[in-house]
Design a protein around this ligand. Structure first.
Ligand code: HEC
Length: 159
């Protein structure tokens, strides 16, 4: 799979070069890439709230992988648990109403995964098992990021 991806990127690079060479306006600023992800229309405050939670996730993953690298299983479990249900704050009803069911389900399944990971770290103390679980949980972060983007009015003053 990997060599295929690499070669695909390589070919795209080549095509781009060819397109630029043929385009007399190639020195102009390229048009922004199109973002096809579904839009969550939030207020600036709601956006801040969601992005804060996201940065907590990234912070937790950093702490967790650091602890796992040191084989400090207790610290690993603590970091994982910090991303579990404990992290969930009841979203204000207005925000909840704007989040698609699929989005909310994916979000809560990630929190549940981290609680399970924390439990397993404590009982199994198996680094590679934990890494596999972490990878599966991160796949959900990836899926959600592939599907959704946030737009708040402050980002689109014209609308
Ligand atoms: C249910 C959906 C969902 C899940 C699950 C999810 N995210 Fe996000 N995340 C988003 C959305 C939507 C954005 C905003 C993307 C945009 O507008 O371009 C975002 C943005 C982010 C950002 C950028 C924060 C900022 O300040 O700009 C980080 C970092 C991030 N997510 C990390 C994670 C990590 C790590 C996980 C998994 C542990 C995760 N997210 C899981 C939906 C999700």
């Amino acid at each position: 799979m990997k060599p295929f991806r690499l070669s695909l990127v390589f070919m795209m690079g080549l095509n781009l070069t060819a397109a630029y060479a043929a385009d007399p306006h190639a020195h102009h600023v390229p048009a922004p890439a199109h973002d096809n992800r579904a839009v969550l229309k939030l207020t600036p405050g709601e956006r801040i709230m969601i992005l804060e939670e996201m940065r907590l996730f990234l912070d937790g993953v950093q702490k967790m992988t650091g602890a796992l690298g040191r084989q400090d299983m207790q610290a690993t479990a603590n970091a994982a648990r910090g991303m579990g249900q404990i992290m969930v704050h009841e979203a204000p009803p207005a925000l909840r109403a704007k989040l698609p069911l699929e989005f909310r389900q994916l979000g809560s399944s990630v929190h549940r995964d981290f609680d399970q990971i924390a439990l397993d770290v404590e009982t199994l103390k198996d680094v590679s098992h934990t890494l596999n679980q972490l990878s599966a949980a991160l796949q959900k972060c990836v899926s959600c990021h592939t599907m959704y983007q946030i737009q708040a009015p402050v980002l689109n003053p014209g609308r």
